[in-house]
Design a binder for this molecule. Sequence first.
Ligand code: HEM
Length: 503
Amino acid sequence: MEFLNIISWILLLMFLLVSWLLLGKSRNTGKHPPGPLPFPIIGNLHLISHLPHRSLCSLSHKYGPIMTLYLGSLPTIVISSPEMAKQVLKTQDHLFASRPPMGDDNHFLSPQKLAFAPYGPYWKFMRKIIIQELLSPKRLKSFESLRAQEVFAMIRSILHKANSDRAVDVTAEVGFLTNNIICIMSFGKKCDEAELGGRVFKEVLQELLSLAAGFNYGDYIPLLGWIDLQGIRRKQAQLTNIFHTFMEQIIDQHIERRKNGNNLEYEDFVDVLLSLSEDESMEIKITRGHIKNVTYDLLAAATDTSGGTLEWAMSELLRNPSAMKKAQEELDSFVGKNRLIQESDLPQLQYLQSVVKETLRLYPQAPLLLPHFSVENTTVGGYEIPQMTQILVNAWAIGRDPSAWEEATEFKPERFMGSQIDIKGQSFEMIPFGSGRRGCPGIGLAMSMVQLGLAQLLHCFDWSLPHKLDMSEAYGITLPRAVHLHAIPIPRLPLHLYQPKAP
Ligand code: HEM
C-alpha cells in the first residue's frame, strides 16, 4: 500500500513537471504578451487577490499594459492602458466583441441572456430590442415621471429617518432606488419579498453577482468545478431557481392581465417581450427562457452599477466637504430653495456632472468590464493574440493611470469642468461603460438615475458622518463598498417641499 502511494506521488510530480515544461514551451512560441510564469493546474491564480482589478493593476506595473496570465489553464490577456484598450475596443472591436463561453440556458450566465451571449445574430437581435423598447431616448423620456416619483420616495424615506435623529443607511436607500426603477420598467412593479421565498430581491441579485465575480477556482480548474469544493455551483443553482420561480409568476401574471385586456400605466418590458413572442415574423422566436434570462440581465446590469456609483459619489463628497459645498451652492444658484430639482435642470449643473464623472473615473462599477473573447488570430501592440483568448480590460487601472491623469488617485471633480473628455467610450483615458459594440447600452438610464438621485440627495439634505469613513472595497463583479455608507441627514429645504402634492 505504502509502495503504491509512493508510486502515485512520483507519477503526480512527473505529470506536474511535464505540464509545467510544456506550458513554458508553448508560452515561448510566437511573440505573446509577457507575463508571470504559470504553475501547472492553477496557472497564475495564486497571484490574484480578492480584489482582482488591484492585483492585475500591480502585475501590469511589472509586465506592461498588455500581459498574459493563466487563470488555471485558460490563457487570458489583460489590458491596462488607454492605448491598448483603444486597440481592443475600437480599432479591432469586430475581433474582440464576443464573450467566453459560459454555462447552458439554465445557468445564470446563460447565453440566452444578452451580456454573456457570444457575438452573433442572437446577441444583435436581443440588443436591438432592448435598446429600442427599453433604453432609447424616447422610452427613457416616457419613464421620466417614474424616476421623479421613486427619487421623491427615497427623499421621504430619508426624511422619516432624519426625524428620528439616526444615521441613514445611504447604501440601502440608493440600492432600493435603482432596483425599484429598473423593476418597474422591466415588469411593472417593485419586487415583493413574499414572492421570493422571504428573500430580499436585491440580496438574491447581489449574491448571484458576487458568485459570478470570476476567479472562482472551479471555473478555471475543471476538476475543482466538477467536485464543487466551495459549493458555489450549488448556491448558484439555488439562487437561479429562486429568481426563475419568481419570473415564472411575473410572466403568468402578465399573460393573465393581457388576456383580460387590462391596461397598465406603463407598458413594461415583459409586456413588450410577450407581444414580440407572439409575432411569427420575428427572426428569432422569443421564449419564456429568453424573457427570464434577459430580465435578469437588465436587473443585474442596472441595479448595483448605478447604486454603487451613487454611494461612492456620496462617500467622496463626505470625505471632501468643500466639493460637497460647491455642488450644493450650484444647486442653490440654479434651482433655488423653493422647489425640488427636475431632470430638465440637470444639463445646467456642470459641477454636479463633474462629480459624477470623477466618481466613474475612480470607481468604474465593472472594473474589468465584462470579459471579451477573440474570434480570430490577430496582433495587438505587436503581440500575437490567438483566436479564442479571453481578454480582460482593466478599466479601474486605466482610470487611475498616472500617465493619463494628474494626481490620478485624488478626487478632483474640477478636472472635468470645461473638459472635452467623454465618458461614453470615445476617450480611452476612462471607459467606465466600456466602448464599441459591447459597450453599455444603459448609459442614458444610468446617468439620469445617478445625476437626479445625487442632485436630490444634496439639494434636500446637509450630510455629516457619524464616525470615521471606511473607504474599503469588497469583492464583487461590480465595485461594492466593503461596509454600507451611513450618514446623518439634516433637511435644508422648506418642509412643505418634502410633502406629496395633493392629487
Ligand atoms: C453607472 C452605471 C453603469 C455602469 C458603470 C455600466 C457599465 C457597463 C460595462 C462596463 C459593461 C460591459 C462593457 C464591455 O464588456 O465592454 C456594461 C454592459 C451592459 N450594461 Fe451597463 N453599466 C451601468 C448601468 C447600466 C444600466 C442602467 C443598464 C440598463 C438596464 C445597463 C445594461 C447593460 C447591458 C445590457 C450590458 C451588456 C451589453 C452587451 O454585452 O452587449 N447598464 N455596462
